[in-house]
Write a protein that binds this ligand. Structure first.
Ligand code: BJW
Ligand code: ZN
Length: 243
């Protein structure tokens, strides 16, 4: 493959890739939104109304992430292998706020909806690594003011992170792969159209079942991520062809 060949890959991941690691998805029958109303935990208004309740929701999910049995699965590992072995760039854009991609070894990674293991200060805007529980009493290590620490999570109505870098990658990729996402939440749900229309990228959906956007993909494979993703990556590395 010549150096000029465009073989850049963008992979979008969602909650389905971490399901077999023991983390709940959002919209499946046993998902997070079946247990708690998103309006009560995942909006800036909910945090203003009930900061302790929102902190507790994220504290318990952050604690779960630290549990010994939550670890990267074969799908996370396959994507780390793809990045290490593919003769071109591989960017993972994850909607997930867990840290399983980095724990599997992925390096070129954007957390567009934030990260459980970080906190943001509403007073000075600094982002800090934060692995323990968070409360209204916490003091910012940067500006020294209390009461402003919030989960580093993108809630509904807030702008997802690093959008310029994501759109630049979508506009120059040859292959866009979407894994374990229902295609319900924008702007991520629009990435497949953007990649197709701007660069005529080949588009692939890997999911347990057809998503909301299934008809927009040129190729699709359905089944559990731990089976479908390693198989797909193996074929990609074997053929060296994006389509
Ligand atoms: C498996 C599997 C296995 C299971 N193997 N697969 C009307 C039209 C268009 C847009 C909007 C609109 N009204 C409002 C909006 C915008 C809004 C939005 O999209 N709302 C929709 C609900 C309509 N979006 C936003 O507000 C975003 N910001 C934005 O647009 O900014 C621009 C702007 C700013 C200000 C003003 C105006 C515009 C922000 C979105 C933030 C999303 N945040 C959340 C929660 C925070 C994180 C957290 O608490 O953990 O992020 S919501 C939740 O959904 C989470 C996820 O990242 C996100 C996506 O979910 P995902 O990953 O797709 O999970 P599921 O559960 O939906 O799907 C799992 C899939 O896996 C399923 O398909 C399963 O089949 C599959 N699966 N097991 C493989 N083993
Ligand atoms: Zn601060």
């Amino acid at each position: 493959m010549s150096a000029e060949t465009n073989n850049a890959i963008v992979v979008l991941t969602g909650a389905g890739i971490s399901k077999e690691s023991g983390l709940d998805t959002f919209r499946d029958a046993d998902g997070i939104w079946a247990k708690v109303r998103l309006e009560e935990v995942a909006t800036p208004e909910a945090f203003a109304r009930d900061p302790e309740g929102v902190h507790e929701f994220y504290n318990s999910r952050r604690r779960k992430l630290r549990e010994g049995d939550v670890r990267p699965n074969a799908a996370h590992a396959a994507l780390a292998r793809l990045e290490a072995e593919w003769p071109g760039s591989v960017l993972i854009v994850t909607q997930n706020v867990d840290n399983l991609h980095e724990r599997a070894g992925s390096k070129n990674l954007i957390h567009m909806h934030g990260e459980h293991v970080k906190a943001r200060c509403a007073h000075c805007g600094v982002t800090l690594v934060w692995e323990c529980d968070m409360s209204r009493d916490d003091v910012c290590a940067d500006c020294g003011r209390p009461g402003g620490m919030r989960p580093h999570i993108v809630w509904f109505g807030e702008m997802p992170l690093q959008m310029e870098r994501i759109f630049a990658a979508l506009e120059t990729c040859a292959l866009f792969v979407s894994i374990g996402t229902s295609g319900n939440v924008y702007p991520a749900a629009g990435f497949v159209q953007h990649a197709r229309l701007s660069t005529n990228a080949h588009t692939v959906e890997l999911n347990l079942e057809p998503s909301e956007s299934a008809t927009l993909f040129a190729e699709s494979h359905y089944g559990p991520a731990t089976e479908v993703v390693p198989g797909y990556v193996e074929r990609l590395l074997e053929t060296g062809q994006v389509n």
